[in-house]
Write a protein that binds this ligand. Structure first.
Ligand code: GLA
Length: 389
């Protein structure tokens, strides 16, 4: 009798484990195999808006390769809004005249060892007024798979006209299921500006990344406002699913050198997707260096995928940390004030031993061994990014 009870118990336990594992795999599906580290690539929106074309995309693709950006990790070539034309009698979407042959463009991108991203909306129209996917989700997913799409940014836009806020999750899940049913792995990028606490449910509707903010386009005030406001969201990020504070503004002409270092450092500490947004064909050497510093990118791409957070703040001065899988700690000393100021990191406060080896990741230079603390003078709107071991 006792034996039988034990058998029943262990069978129930095994079944529970099996159902748990099955449900877990099912809710993420294909998605869990994508974006094991934060996605990296290029997006045309901030540079080209609705003038984007096949020729523009190809020109930027060529520089992604020749500049070394692809090899530094920038793999996705994402066409944002404004590529859509009309639907045919069967409801299948076609590109507009700026994109004469989407399949050929995808083939070109793939032939360069890159991946191809597109954009749509769960609403009837995109934010720029082009065709959205509302009621055509399956057909659009099929079309994307046929063209060879690897990434879909799905932007809420006019969906608020046809869905109530509590239907948002279902609207995103619907497209996720449509993408899954094609059998092609397509990274799913949710864009709804951080509404409805998306970080809490983005992964459960199949999202590999989700925007946590409104559109970032602008100067340092906007970039720093949205970047530093990510603190607290770190528990929602991990391999396969990432908080996305929007496209890099580096090389777009609205940030100075120190401000660009701030965005790149902060995005890497945040384990955020790194989507360059600039005109690559006119990129300065300084921009390229900022986008491709391998030691800084390695912070973003650390396989453990832990999102950093703020450990200290005094008015406009902030210290952020991100633990890496090699047991080292990356520390960002940020100065958001209007003049250069010293900032100190105390090793005990970030749970490190008293003796620490310090490396400057932007200078790519070992600074030596330090006892108890390290202090650096940080430029106005700037950062010092350190690796501590
Ligand atoms: C919204 C998104 C942007 C961009 C535009 C395109 O504003 O948040 O990232 O995709 O739409 O219209």
């Amino acid at each position: 009798m006792r034996l039988r009870a034990r058998q029943v118990w262990s069978t129930t336990f095994l079944m529970a484990v099996f159902i748990g594992v099955w449900a877990g795999t099912r809710s993420y599906g294909q998605a869990s195999r994508l974006a094991s580290t934060p996605p990296m690539g290029w997006n045309d929106w901030y540079q080209y808006g609705c003038t984007v074309s096949d020729a523009i995309v190809r020109a930027n693709v060529d520089v992604l390769v020749s500049s070394g950006m692809r090899d530094a990790g920038y793999k996705y070539v994402n066409i944002d809004d404004c590529w859509q034309g009309k639907r045919d009698a069967q409801g299948f979407i076609h590109p507009n005249s700026r994109f004469p042959d989407m399949k050929a463009l995808a083939d070109y991108i793939h032939s360069k060892g890159l991946k191809f991203g597109l954009y749509s909306s769960p609403g009837p129209k995109t934010c720029a007024g082009y065709e959205g996917s509302y009621q055509y989700e399956r057909r659009d997913a099929e079309t994307y798979a046929k063209w060879g799409v690897d990434f879909l940014k799905y932007d809420w836009c006019s969906a608020s006209r046809v869905y109530a806020p509590d239907q948002m999750q279902a609207a995103y899940r619907k497209m996720h299921e449509a993408l899954e049913s094609t059998g092609r792995p397509i990274l799913f990028s949710l864009c709804q500006y951080g509404l409805e606490g998306v970080w809490r449910w983005g992964a459960s509707v199949g999202g590999n990344m989700w925007r946590t903010t409104p559109d970032i386009g602008g100067n340092y005030d906007r970039v720093s406002l949205f970047g530093f406001m990510q603190n607290g969201l770190e528990t929602y990020t991990g391999p396969g699913h990432w908080n996305d504070p929007d496209i890099l503004q580096i090389g777009l002409g609205r940030l100075n050198h120190d401000e660009e270092l701030t965005q790149m450092s902060l995005w890497c500490l945040l384990a955020a997707p790194l989507l360059a947004g600039n005109n690559l064909t006119k990129m300065s050497n300084d921009t390229l260096k900022i986008l491709t510093n391998p030691e800084v990118i390695a912070v973003d791409q650390d396989p453990e995928g832990i999102e950093g957070h703020r450990v200290w703040q005094e008015g406009p001065l902030e210290v952020w940390v991100k633990p890496l899988s090699d047991r080292s700690m990356v520390v960002g000393l940020f100065n958001r004030s209007e003049s250069p100021l010293p900032i100190t990191v105390r090793f005990k406060a970030i749970r490190m031993k008293d003796n620490v080896r310090v490396r400057d990741l932007w200078a790519r230079k070992d600074l030596g061994d330090f006892h108890g603390h390290y202090t650096a003078k940080v430029p106005r709107h700037g950062v010092v990014l350190l690796k501590l071991e």
